[in-house]
Design a protein around this ligand. Sequence first.
Ligand code: UDP
Length: 420
Amino acid sequence: MVSEDQQLHVMFLPYVAPGHMMPMVDMARLFAANGIRVTILTTTKNALSFQNSIARDVRFGQKISLEILRFPSVEAGLPEGCENLYDATSPEMHKRFFRALELLRPEFEHHFRRNHPDCIVSDNLYTWTVKLANELGIPRLAFSGSGFFNLCVSHNIDRYKPHDDIKLETEIFIVPGLPDKVKLTRSQLPDIVKTKNEFSSLFEELKKAERDSFGVLVNSFYDLEAGYVDHFRKDIGIRAWSMGPVSMFNRDTDDKIERGGNSCVSKHSCLSWLGSREANSVLFICFGSLTRFTKAQIREIACALEESGHSFIWVVGKVSDSKDCDFWLPERFQENVSGKGLIISGWAPQILILEHPAIGGFLTHCGWNSIVEGVSAGVPMVTWPVFAEQFYNEKLVTQVIKFGVPEKKWKDPSRISIPP
Ligand code: UDP
């Protein structure tokens, strides 16, 4: 038996957005299950979304604990309780949110100094942890919120700038230097790649921090993107490990239903609805945690679903153009599709749903976690990327592993309000 003093102590600092926080918490639990003493640094409301799973791990004898800080929402001009990017619905709120994280930084630093762990696993967006880890004389591992494919595509786009010679937004070009012929158009590049903006320097810092870290931890598995794991390690030259699919660490049904917070459907109603469907007959539709559609866009999706006549589960994301409500649906839509569709206006237990035998397809925005979770559940995909690196991720699904088909394109960024 190893005493607590002899046990390696690793502190995790997850970013406060679901697509970063949830896989990182899964990863922290995985470390603890392998005999490492783990501390997760988080804030009050964020802790609520995973503390039950941690309590279960503790009951199973794992050495995992939380250090909970107060999020300075009010000081940054945010409503009380707005502690996660999921809660921020406008560009102004995003700015305030980043301000709150700046205010929180000295508190985080204080906790690292006081605990002096053997290693820091930091979300790669907290670039400042590189300097801190150096100062403490401990390794810093960067957690990447995306996969190797995206890391390689963005690296090579940055290095070769193939889009510089392309005139039309819709003209196809091939990203040089990759294991496969990955085709993209200029319109699919993140804005930050095409024009320098306020976030450009952050991305530069992020890449530097990745290199200056001891290595990178990725929620992926070798067979999913083998060529890109090798390319990242050998050609780009950064030490990295595939740790996924980390969501599969949630074996307990309670872990699955509670993952990411209180789901707005009960385990019972969700499973009994799915249980009433034939195998492979239901399309699951979810655009992740941060996509904000306008009412017009939501209406279009609703009409298409109603007309298709297919069974579906639709996780309706937050609406971007309403001051009165977070969620919105066209009038009578619920009645019109009753019997065919289950509508979830709020947080859904995605991994529980995806692995149900009734699910036959996944219409996804191509967030990295959703792709890994869809593949892990063996569910083919229809890809509908909306912003940022989701367009790159889509190409892994449709052009490389060919586990999905693209939705016939709708991309009108001017109508979409998204965080950076
Ligand atoms: N998710 C969920 N319920 C929801 C919406 C999202 O459980 O209602 C989870 C999903 O399983 C995934 C994460 O949130 O683990 C979203 O991450 P992803 O990288 O797919 O997209 P993002 O939200 O970062 O755009």
